[in-house]
Every structure is written in structure tokens, then in C-alpha cells.
Design a protein around this ligand. Structure first.
Ligand SMILES: [Fe+2]
Ligand SMILES: [Fe+2]
Length: 195
């Protein structure tokens, strides 16, 4: 879906604002969950995770501001998270894998923006680490006798993720008229310029 949207004029610049917002949403979600994390080792990892997401937010914000010095950034929103730590970790596990895939795809689309690509490479390293520590954490808890709880938490997280995916499809449908308009207009514009 992103590969279609990328044809819209100004997409690359605008998408930096969307990425900054997504990272800021992540910070808010992690900070909201922090009080429920009792394990001191996991808390330390979580604090480092929050620092990483703040760095990502700042980096995408700086890049967006470079293109739109006076524009408002899309406002960060807060997603209500489960107060059940296992469910939250399972949800975060999926979110991080999705984030990793998203940055991987986006990086290719910014071939003409080396500054953005370089920053995305460092973000990608962090997202891979986040996904792998969460995966290991949940697998570790499963092997300590919580197998059924971890399985149930992962199932619940997957259901929430599927809802999110469906709403993404609806948001794509909303831009289809603009994509069509742009696709139909582009060839005629080039024909005019050739005459
Ligand atoms: Fe991030
Ligand atoms: Fe992350």
C-alpha cells in the first residue's frame, strides 16, 4: 500500500511527520506501561527502550522540520495499553516486529534521501533489538511455567494487531481517489510538456 502512496507529490516529506508521530506514540505507550513493570532487570531494559524511541522521535522530527520549518507535527496520540504485563509485552512484541518491517520497507523508498536512509539504518538496528529482546523475554516466561498465559497473551495481541491492519486498509482506501487522479493527470501533463 505504501508503494502506491509514494507516488503522491510530497509523500516523502509528509511521511517523516507520520514516522515522528508513530515514534512519539511508542514513547507514550511505553511510559504508560512502565509503572506495571516490577522486575528490576526488565525495567532497566525498558528505560533504555524508551530512550531509543525518544531518539527516533527526535530524529524524524528534525528531518521533518528541515522540510517544513513552520509546520505543526501531527499530534501524538495515546493508545490505551493492557495493564496485564504479559499482554502488554506480547502486544509490544508485535508492534516492534511491525516497526522493523515498516522501516525496512520505507528505507528503500527514500533512495533519493541519503540523510533519511542513514538515520533509518540506525533506527532499524534498534527496532531489531527491541523485537528480539521482547521475543526472548516472552519465550523465557513461557519456559518458566507460564506457557499457557504467554500463548493466550500472544493470541490477544494478534487480535488487536489484526484490527489495526484492517483500519490501515480503510485508510488506504481513502487515498485511492487522489492516487487515481494523480495517475490520470501525470501522463497528460507529460504529453503537454512534449508539445
Ligand atoms: Fe522506534
Ligand atoms: Fe522500537
Amino acid at each position: 500500500m505504501v508503494r502506491q502512496r509514494v507516488r503522491l507529490p510530497g509523500w516523502h516529506e509528509q511521511a517523516l511527520g507520520v514516522l515522528a508521530k508513530a515514534e512519539a506514540d511508542g514513547v507514550r505507550m511505553l511510559e504508560a506501561a512502565l509503572p506495571a513493570i516490577a522486575d528490576s532487570k526488565l525495567r532497566r531494559i525498558f528505560l533504555k527502550h524508551i530512550e531509543d524511541e525518544k531518539r527516533h522521535t527526535q530524529g524524524f522530527t528534525d528531518l521533518y522540520r528541515a522540510y517544513f520549518p513552520n509546520a505543526e507535527l501531527p499530534a501524538s496520540t495515546h493508545t490505551a495499553v493492557s495493564t496485564n504485563v504479559l499482554e502488554f509485552l506480547a502486544f509490544l512484541e508485535i508492534t516492534e516486529v511491525r516497526g522493523e518491517q515498516m522501516i525496512e520497507n520505507y528505507r528503500e523508498l527514500y533512495a533519493k534521501y541519503p540523510d533519511v536512509q542513514a538515520f533509518m539504518a540506525s533506527v532499524l538496528r534498534d527496532e531489531r533489538y527491541h523485537a528480539s529482546y521482547l521475543h526472548a523475554q516472552l519465550d523465557g516466561l513461557a519456559s518458566q511455567g507460564l506457557e499457557n498465559d504467554v500463548r493466550a497473551a500472544r493470541r490477544a495481541a494478534l487480535a488487536i494487531d489484526t484490527q489495526g491492519f484492517i483500519s490501515q486498509i480503510f485508510s488506504f482506501v481513502r487515498v485511492v481517489p487522489r492516487l487515481l487522479w494523480h495517475a490520470l493527470r501525470a501522463p497528460s501533463a507529460s504529453r503537454v510538456s512534449q508539445t
